[in-house]
Design a protein. Sequence first.
Length: 476
Amino acid sequence: LTGERYRVSRLPFSRVTAQDLNFFQQELPGRVVTDEEDLKSHNIDWLRTVRGNSKVLLRPQNTHEVSEILRYCNERNLAVTPQGGNTGLVGGSVPVFDEILISTALMDQVISFDDVSGALVCQAGCVLETLNQYLEGQGYTMPLDLGAKGSCHIGGNLATNAGGLRLLRYGSLRGTVLGLEAVLPDGSILNCLNSLRKDNTGYDLKQLFIGSEGTLGVITSVSILCPRKPSAVNVALLGCESFDRVLQVFTLCRDHLGEILSAFEFFDASCMKLVQKHLHLNNPLPANAFYVLIETSGSSTQHDEEKLNDFLVSAMDAGLTASGTVATDQSKIKSIWALRERITEALAHDGYVYKYDLSMPVDKLYALVEETRARLGSTAKTVVGYGHLGDGNLHLNVTAESHTDTVLAALEPFVYEWTAQHRGSISAEHGLGFKKKDHIYYSKSREAVQLMQKIKYMLDPKGIMNPYKTIPTADQ
Ligand code: FAD
Ligand code: MLT
Ligand code: ZN
């Protein structure tokens, strides 16, 4: 049980009664899930490492319904957990005990799209990939992309401030989100659903909800600025014999590809072995110590291909890459991207996954993987490093047959201390959720956390919104 493993006690929230269920049934006829089988997949996270025990999941269709639910839960002192696609990786999207699940799955409508400005307004439950397909039909694309695109919701993306594979090009959601609507714990509706690029009137309240992981309110609608769909996309996969070479390729790549560079990802030989072993993917290159995936996105095929070729010739002349392949057609592009995007899935097949998502100066990134590997020796099955190198973001992952205190003790606080010493962040893009909230002090000062606690108390005095997550409770 989650509660036992993490030694958390249930806070004194009310328990759901038959009368509560009656109220929910009246508000959401046919959209109140209480069947234990149906609840199972909502009570366990994507990694299958944390499990809750919610007895009820609510499926509102609009903002008004969310408002009615929260107003009632707040009055009754019932705790809730908002849930989008349940792809979060830090245990934030599942209840810890019997919190009521509020799913955005039926809030999946596009509200408007402005094909001049590129501003898309939609409900929070739209699936990222579906939005992208909708936009592609209009010559636009979403400014974010991640391996979980087929399941994650845009509301969940905002709530976690997801980074992903295109951040290097289009920046973070803190820049591309133009506005949002959220329902506060007391049921009031905060409408900040602007579609303006410029608006300096008072505090920028939407930023509070981006990355708040369901602890301040439920995001119900989103306005987001979408770029034009690039007409020319090229992908190159390069093999490098050392991490030093990977860094040199990055520098050269920025010099040569500058404005058309849209992704710079890296992964090590252990990752390649895992996607080959568990997913039967094909490595188009001879075995290398490291692999670099470079994507360019632009508006002129010929121009972009010339630039990419010049870059590749320079990289080879300088001896930075041992081998490489380039893809311009959709199916090859997809199969190269799969090698990188599906590492998360391959790791999940390998065993229990200890997952770390760190940002730090790029020249330090891989030293941590090597030290961790040496430190764990044969207690780990696999230790891998991959990530968004262009953003200084390392995913250090360790697999073992099962969760053990011995492996955990070898990893923590070592990984966090190492990261803090290099002035890095212990959660670059996944958030803190349930698993990492107590480690916030490695990356934030006491004063900063205290201010977060005051903001939380002001918006959610009863603490009903996603309790036990993201920030330590004020009395700790
Ligand atoms: P959920 O998992 O359902 O919820 C996540 C958190 O947000 C929870 O705390 C939940 O309570 C809260 N929440 C959800 N919806 C709302 C809402 N409407 N209002 C308020 N709170 C809400 N992350 C990255 O940053 N970059 C990546 O490249 C990346 N790749 C991934 C690849 C895979 C294969 C997987 C499984 C995950 C990946 N992730 C990545 C993790 C990422 O956080 C999520 O995939 C995504 O952003 C979460 O969206 P979701 O709808 O699944 O949210
Ligand atoms: C990724 O970059 O693949 C995601 O953040 C998921 C992960 O860290 O495994
Ligand atoms: Zn990532």
